[in-house]
Write a protein of this length. Structure first.
Length: 304
């Protein structure tokens, strides 16, 4: 028998415990002294709603799965058929290969072969590392092709504090919001305001979000999102490095309660393969610029 998400790799450090899966190298669980920091999925389930998955070689959506690069037109499979988009890359359901597993860290690799719609081979690598500072995730892509390749990366954790998100305070250090059409594809951008302005921490309440945010405030090389229960002082923080210039924030439907909020690190926004916004061009294999490595992390917030 094979579990829906394959092999399970547990790591521990300083009260933190995480489980990473063979399927998609996904972050299935993360807790601190028994308190869940992410809303993951059970060992007997597959990831739902993108929970914990890595989004490589692009995050979010590509309009019609179609784009032009290097003077050629490319057509990807429509993995979001309802909206007619190619969604969340090529690696989130793949079987990743274990590279190294220690008590506090685990690294996995996956080779994306040249294929219809993405005719470049890439080596993908992820390292999950736990310490007293929490979880650090480092995602790396290396171009193996003889031609330049378009690339962006993302991840899809759902942050949790142990209460429904209506009662939690969110701080989102972003000053720009993408304006999207009915297919969740960008048509422009605007300054955050009103219901979309969380630059100062405030209660989420009945706010509904499925939006890309940019113009992030990076301090000492990191932009940090916090989700806090003001009644207990407990919370969770997600930080991203300077290569992550975008965050997708998603509040699940209200039916059955809203136990978590997805905060998705992204190096480029939705449809970057068409807009070119913050899209990385990986240089041909063996030359300078053929690799990109980015980091993000999660840690617990405790009462003062």
């Amino acid at each position: 028998m094979v579990l829906p998400s394959g092999e399970q790799y547990e790591i521990r450090a300083a009260g933190y415990v995480a489980t990473v899966t063979e399927s998609g190298a996904a972050l299935r669980t993360l807790s601190h002294h028994g308190r869940d920091l992410v809303d993951g999925f059970a060992e007997t389930e597959m990831s739902g709603g993108g929970r914990g998955q890595l989004l490589m070689p692009w995050p979010n959506r590509i309009r019609d799965g179609r784009y032009s690069f290097g003077g050629r037109e490319h057509q990807l499979g429509l993995t979001d058929p309802t909206r007619g988009n190619a969604s969340h890359g090529l690696a989130r359901w793949a079987s990743w290969t274990l590279e190294e597993h220690t008590g506090t860290s685990v690294s996995l690799v996956h080779r994306v072969m040249a294929q219809s719609g993405y005719p470049w081979a890439l080596d993908l690598h992820v390292l999950y590392d736990l310490s007293a500072d929490g979880l650090v995730v480092t995602q790396t892509a290396t171009n193996l092709a003889t031609e330049p390749a378009p690339y962006a990366s993302g991840a899809h954790p759902y942050l949790a504090v142990g209460a429904t998100i209506e009662d939690l305070e969110l701080r989102l250090p972003a000053h720009t919001r993408l304006v999207v059409d009915e297919r969740q594809l960008p048509t422009g951008s605007e300054a955050v305001a009103g219901a979309y302005d969380f630059t100062t921490p405030r209660r989420i309440g009945d706010t509904v979000l499925d939006d890309g945010f940019g113009d992030l405030e990076h301090e000492d090389g990191r932009a940090t999102v916090t989700l806090l229960d003001p009644r207990t002082g407990r919370g969770v923080a997600l930080w991203v490095d300077e290569r992550h210039r975008w965050l997708q924030v998603f509040t699940p439907p209200a039916e059955g309660g809203r136990p978590a909020i997805a905060v998705e690190p992204m190096t480029a926004p939705a449809d970057a393969f068409n807009s070119g916004t913050d899209l990385v061009t990986l240089a041909p294999a063996g030359s300078s610029g053929d690799e990109l490595s980015v980091s993000w992390g999660i840690h617990a917030l405790q009462p003062a």
